[in-house]
Design a protein around this ligand. Sequence first.
Ligand code: HEC
Ligand code: HEC
Length: 216
Amino acid sequence: MINKRYSIVATIIFAVFLGGMTATAWAKGGDPVAGKDKAALCAGCHGDDGNSLSAEFPRLAGQYESYIVKQVRDFQSGKRANNDTMAGMAAMVASVEDAHDIGAYFSSQKMAKKPLTDADKALAVKGEKLFTEGNPMEGVYACINCHGERGKGKSANISTFPRIGGQHRDYIIKNLTDFRDGRRQNDPAGMMTDIARKLTDDEIKALATYLSAQLP
Ligand code: HEC
Ligand code: HEC
């Protein structure tokens, strides 16, 4: 049973890899220099260089350009509907080109090394185990397969899977809970929803504690 399930997941991942690569081949990359000015609109919450100070606002520094564009477009279309403030901001991004330029700018910025939260070592170790090994008993496919070593992503060609290592802990907790409870539904093929539904609050906290400590 479990093996069959895993092979289905593997097939989905493979399809997404191919799809992601094709999409990237077609998409024209943004201009980070033009994006810097356009990103002034975003700086108040996400920080000048994408290193937001508050955990309410995700860090965008070093995130894949195409992933940022996808999220902005999902907020615009209402496909991602888990935050009204951000939906209002996305509505102010006038064109797909602007979204690409802003995405290219934040993507070119370095993630700050400053620790985000007090490290709870024991909890982080628990989170690391779940991240790298998953939980075969519950059918939780290991996060590392999609999000890469330490949550640093696979490659810009596979931007379907965002970089999540070094992200704010409370933002990760909120989004995993949003996926689980159906408030966030913009994940391709329901990949994240399927996984988040199998996670307890304690596991989510452990994963987020581990991930937020994965600085550059
Ligand atoms: C007034 C504050 C505010 C401003 C200004 C703002 N955002 Fe956001 N943004 C948010 C919040 C809050 C979230 C988190 C939503 C959630 O709870 O999941 C977010 C999330 C995002 C995400 C999702 C990141 C991820 O990892 O999934 C992207 C991308 C993003 N914002 C881009 C932008 C861009 C581009 C601009 C400028 C055009 C901008 N934001 C301006 C508040 C803001
Ligand atoms: C089968 C592939 C896959 C696996 C396994 C997976 N994820 Fe994801 N994850 C995704 C995709 C795809 C997205 C992007 C959803 C979107 O496009 O909005 C995502 C998004 C996320 C986000 C939101 C990022 C953001 O900035 O908004 C978090 C947090 C996350 N995953 C954590 C995890 C954790 C923790 C695990 C392991 C328990 C995990 N993921 C396992 C595919 C996966």
